[in-house]
Design a protein around this ligand. Structure first.
Ligand code: ADP
Ligand code: MG
Length: 441
């Protein structure tokens, strides 16, 4: 039948020109520019960014585009071309005064866009968790903008369409406000924080900064080693293409089940575990360069403290599983980062660690669903070196490391497994480590 279906490579230049025309129809004037920001994949470090873990994301080539022009009446107006998507059903032009954006004031998808203006103001004035105030991000009184959005990132597929939206808006607003089209590392860090604040406080999704950092600070052909204690990044240059391998994403299109509040409850359980261990965040329960023995020792400390009668905020079994996921995930991240920093990276080792990561997401973090498990198993059976769920789980995508020559047979094999199990047909994407967000028109 129709499976496998491949998501086409995005024709970003054409989409940007078309978006300019849509903008002109909607707003009666051309945009002054178009900005693009990518979604991301992540090799390891799921559910650990908020614990200060190391994440290993790369930006992929699917981007969200924002066409924009400034206003001087303090209004932010926006429309998205994804209004046909049922998760985003909203053809209306959305509008808010920049000064009125606050938690609870903007609902739906517009929260991701308008929230960025609010986040920029917080970072500018030093009210966010960013280590310093960054006055460059301040939006002058009366600053406003018209925005038109178009995403080539699959929405809600675990490939970070939400961050791509926030970050493309952030680059557009920053450029309109400062005239700077090519922000360097310091403002990019600050803008990533503004986007995190938008997602955390305006949208109300308690995510930890992995997606926004990847979208704004990645480099073509590289994976980031992102230390979420301080958001320092190092580039890992090893590329699977050099070894005849490619990154394959399987968008399971599994309906999100029971996902409401699950992300936040996982985060709360990790914080409860940190409290038992007497650390501010779980990363601090491990040494600078942690090993599997260090993870086991921290878990044993947790058990001992609880056996001594220490109070625990939550279900002890759940908290212990989340702790075990966090600790082992942090160790797997460091092991992969070490491997990708060596000239002759052992990709089969990386693949085995991906599978171990998926097992931890399934059994300890408990965020997998049958479609994800089936996709991982089918990929590995059909010759992938490894595969794992990417992002928050409860549906979304699997990331597989596959020999280029095996990609088609691998996709067919996933299709037949899904058909046998009665799952919806999945979608397939090949992902290339790509540059961070930038102005494109
Ligand atoms: P993911 O980031 O993995 O794609 P999320 O659930 O975090 O999944 O974000 C998806 C949400 O982001 C959508 O429901 C919608 O609110 C918003 N969104 C993303 N892209 C767009 C877009 N192009 N237009 C409107 N809303 C979007
Ligand atoms: Mg998201």
């Amino acid at each position: 039948g129709d499976c496998p279906q491949w998501v086409a490579q995005p024709d970003v230049a054409r989409r940007a020109r078309a978006l300019g025309e849509h903008f002109e129809q909607a707003f009666g004037r051309p945009p002054v520019g178009v900005w693009a920001a990518p979604g991301r994949a992540n090799l390891m470090g799921e559910y650990t960014d908020f614990s200060g873990g190391t994440c290993l994301p790369f930006a992929h080539q699917y981007v969200t585009l924002t066409a924009a022009a400034p206003r001087t009446d303090g209004l932010l107006r926006a429309r998205s071309l994804q209004d046909a998507d049922e998760s985003v059903a909203d053809e209306r032009l959305r509008e808010v005064r920049v000064a009125d954006v606050a938690p609870g004031s903007v609902g739906g998808w517009f929260g991701y866009a308008a929230g960025v203006a609010w986040g920029m103001d917080r970072v500018a004035t030093g009210r966010s968790a960013h280590p310093v105030a960054v006055p460059e991000l301040a939006l002058a009184p009366g600053f406003g903008a018209d925005l038109m959005v178009d995403s080539t990132v699959p929405i809600g597929a675990g490939l970070a369409s939400s961050a791509a939206l926030e970050c493309s808006v952030a680059l557009a607003l920053f450029s309109l406000s400062t005239g700077n089209d090519d922000p360097d590392e310091a403002p990019r860090r600050a803008l990533a924080r503004a986007c995190m604040d938008a997602e955390n406080y305006i949208v109300g999704a308690n995510t930890g900064g992995l997606d926004q950092t990847a979208s704004l600070r990645s480099h073509a052909g590289e994976t980031l080693a992102l230390d979420c204690r301080d958001f320092d990044v190092a580039s890992l240059p090893a590329e699977p293409a050099a070894a005849g391998l490619t990154w394959l994403a399987v968008d399971t299109r599994a309906p999100h089940r029971l996902a409401d509040g699950q992300y936040s409850s996982r985060r709360a359980e990790c914080e409860a575990a940190a409290a038992v261990l007497g650390v501010g965040r779980l990363r601090d329960a491990l040494p600078e360069h942690p090993s599997e023995d260090d993870a086991a020792a921290a878990l044993a400390r947790f058990d001992a403290v609880l056996a001594d009668g220490a109070p625990l905020d939550g279900d002890p079994e759940g908290v212990r599983l989340r702790l075990r996921h966090s600790l082992t995930e942090m160790v797997r991240s460091v092991r992969i980062a070490d491997e990708l920093a060596t000239p002759d990276a052992d990709w089969s080792l990386v693949g085995r660690l991906l599978v171990a990561g998926h097992e931890s997401m399934r059994l300890d973090c408990q965020v997998s669903v049958p479609e994800l498990d089936a996709a991982v198993a089918a990929c590995v059976d059909a010759g992938a070196l490894g595969a794992k769920v990417v992002g928050g789980g409860f549906g979304g995508s699997v990331l597989a490391l596959a020999p280029v020559h095996a990609v088609d047979s691998l996709a067919r094999s996933v299709c037949s497994t899904f058909a046998e199990r009665g799952f919806r047909d999945p979608l397939f994407l090949t992902l290339q480590p790509s540059p961070a967000g930038r102005r494109i028109l």
